[in-house]
Design a protein around this ligand. Structure first.
Ligand SMILES: [Zn+2]
Ligand SMILES: [Zn+2]
Ligand SMILES: [Zn+2]
Ligand SMILES: [Zn+2]
Length: 189
């Protein structure tokens, strides 16, 4: 009789152990699945941003290309902006990007802001304001989504501003070694 009770107690204990084990396994599985879902969400987001950026760059290059082709047909000493001749007494006209321009015609290829007294970036010999150039031709930061106009940090299949590459856990800027969360974000601690 005692043996039977002992046997039963042992069996109950084993059943209980088995249940606990199964529950732990299920929880681990659910956790792994959640991490997988997060990771594929992040991968999809990376892909989406990369494609959007490529599309923008392509559109920008086509725009610059078309403008450059048009300017190629102008007389060599005509204004590279409007194609009209530059009068000898036009004191505001100037040379830039290997061509001559009326001061009023030296505008951003995209937003048309006048750049006669501004810093410019050039694409295919056409002037762009820094903002438009960044928008079309600079890689976007995966942290803040804005163009990277200074040095680009490449990590975890994405591009970042140095200041935006921060630890997903403590929020500090990462300058040294780091590992990744299952979702592919950097952590330093
Ligand atoms: Zn002009
Ligand atoms: Zn512009
Ligand atoms: Zn950023
Ligand atoms: Zn950290």
């Amino acid at each position: 009789m005692i043996r039977e009770a002992e046997e039963q107690a042992r069996k109950d204990f084993e059943d209980h152990e088995k249940k606990v084990r199964e529950m732990a396994e299920k929880a681990a599985e659910a956790e792994a699945e959640a991490a997988d879902r997060e990771k594929s969400k992040l991968d999809a987001e990376k892909k989406r941003r990369f494609e959007a950026q490529e599309a923008k760059r392509k559109a920008g290059e086509e725009e610059a290309e078309a403008a450059a082709a048009k300017a190629d047909e102008y007389d060599e000493d005509a204004c590279a902006g409007c194609g009209e001749p530059i009068e000898d007494d036009d004191e505001d006209a100037f040379d830039a990007l290997d061509r001559t321009w009326h001061a009023d015609c030296f505008v951003c290829q995209h937003c048309k802001k006048n750049l006669a007294d501004e810093k410019v970036k050039a694409k295919k010999g056409r002037p762009y304001c820094l903002k438009c150039y960044g928008e079309f031709f600079c890689p976007l930061c995966f942290g803040c989504g804005k163009p990277i106009t200074d040095s680009v940090l490449k990590a975890v299949d994405t591009t970042w501003h140095k200041k935006c590459f921060v630890c997903a856990k403590c929020g500090k800027q990462i300058t040294g070694d780091f590992t990744c969360t299952p979702e592919g974000l950097p952590i330093c601690c």
